[in-house]
Design a protein around this ligand. Structure first.
Ligand SMILES: [Zn+2]
Length: 303
């Protein structure tokens, strides 16, 4: 996928967005057009295909798309399952954890019998059982400044389900430097957040220029998380991905969705690109990947 300018229209229309007064749109960088759908695919995806916003062209876009999930845990579970069910052709998973009994309260990719197995192994099995036609690429390693660009470069869209600050900043910077959309989400207790960062229209650093001091923001392991929260936020992230692929609707780019499951209130706040952002601002100082562990004050990478 790449982003290209297109002639100004009276309205931005589907899948288009303005950056610095210029109209842009997301385009899948498919070198060879996908083949026509088979009768089996027409049947399997019929509830999508009859939707005017999808149709057979949209379904072929989904089949051509390559989406990378950072993490095969709470958020990565519903995201990868729904994208696989939707017929997304290639789903990548970055994770190096093993399945732990405490994961099973929310991580629907994994089952009792998977305890002790690498998460990527049980994830592949689950996703293949859901839809054998989806290619599932696994990257069983921690994502670092050394390998991030190489892992991410072949995917159209990056989806963040990371649960620690060094990985959040790393994935944000790498997605921006590669010019790829990043669909972000986070969860804690009864609260969730989701947004979409389109290159040039703001980034995680615009919102959070500096990481919190180590230990100030508790992790889900320390503070807890309602088991359904990753389902709520993850399905919102998966919906954002599918809209970007189809080029329909308005993405959460420029907006942060805040979900409070206790009051069951959903609200959005505006996000603006910060001209002083060290990454996507007018005079960037971060022009390549840095040491994110040191940047985040030595916060350990936890799974
Ligand atoms: Zn920024």
């Amino acid at each position: 996928m790449y982003i290209e300018p297109r002639p100004k229209l009276s309205s931005a229309g589907s899948g288009a967005f303005y950056i610095k007064g210029k109209l842009w749109r997301i385009v899948l960088a498919t070198k060879t057009p996908s083949l026509a759908l088979t009768p089996y695919q027409v049947n399997r995806y019929s509830r999508h295909i009859i939707m005017p916003q999808v149709g057979s062209v949209g379904q072929r876009k989904l089949i051509d798309a390559k989406v990378l999930m950072i993490g095969a845990g709470g958020l990565g579970s519903p995201i990868s399952i729904y994208l696989t069910l939707a017929g997304v052709g290639t789903v990548g998973l970055v994770d190096f954890d093993d399945v732990d009994v405490t994961n099973l309260q929310r991580q629907i990719l994994h089952f009792n019998d998977d305890i002790g197995r690498p998460k990527v192994d049980s994830a592949v099995e689950t996703l293949k059982a859901y839809n054998p036609d989806t290619n599932v690429n696994v990257h069983e390693e921690p994502i670092t400044s050394i390998n991030a660009m190489e892992i991410m470069k072949d995917y159209d869209i990056i989806v963040n389900g990371a649960d620690n600050f060094p990985t959040r900043y790393l994935v944000n910077d790498a997605a921006y430097l590669l010019g790829k959309p990043l669909v972000d989400g986070s969860i804690l207790l009864f609260d969730g957040q989701a947004t979409t960062y389109l290159p040039g229209n703001g980034c995680y650093r615009c919102l959070f220029p500096t990481p919190p001091p180590p230990g100030e923001v508790p992790s889900c392991a320390e503070a807890g998380v309602l088991g359904m929260l990753p389902g709520m936020i993850g399905t919102i992230q998966a919906t954002e991905v599918v809209k970007l692929i189809l080029g329909v609707g308005d993405s959460l780019s420029g907006r942060l969705l805040l979900v409070d499951a206790l009051s069951m209130e959903f609200r959005t706040v505006k996000l603006k690109r910060n001209p002083d952002c060290p990454l996507c601002g007018d005079n960037p100082t971060v022009t390549e990947l840095i040491d994110y562990i040191a940047f985040c004050g030595g916060a350990p990478l936890t799974g």
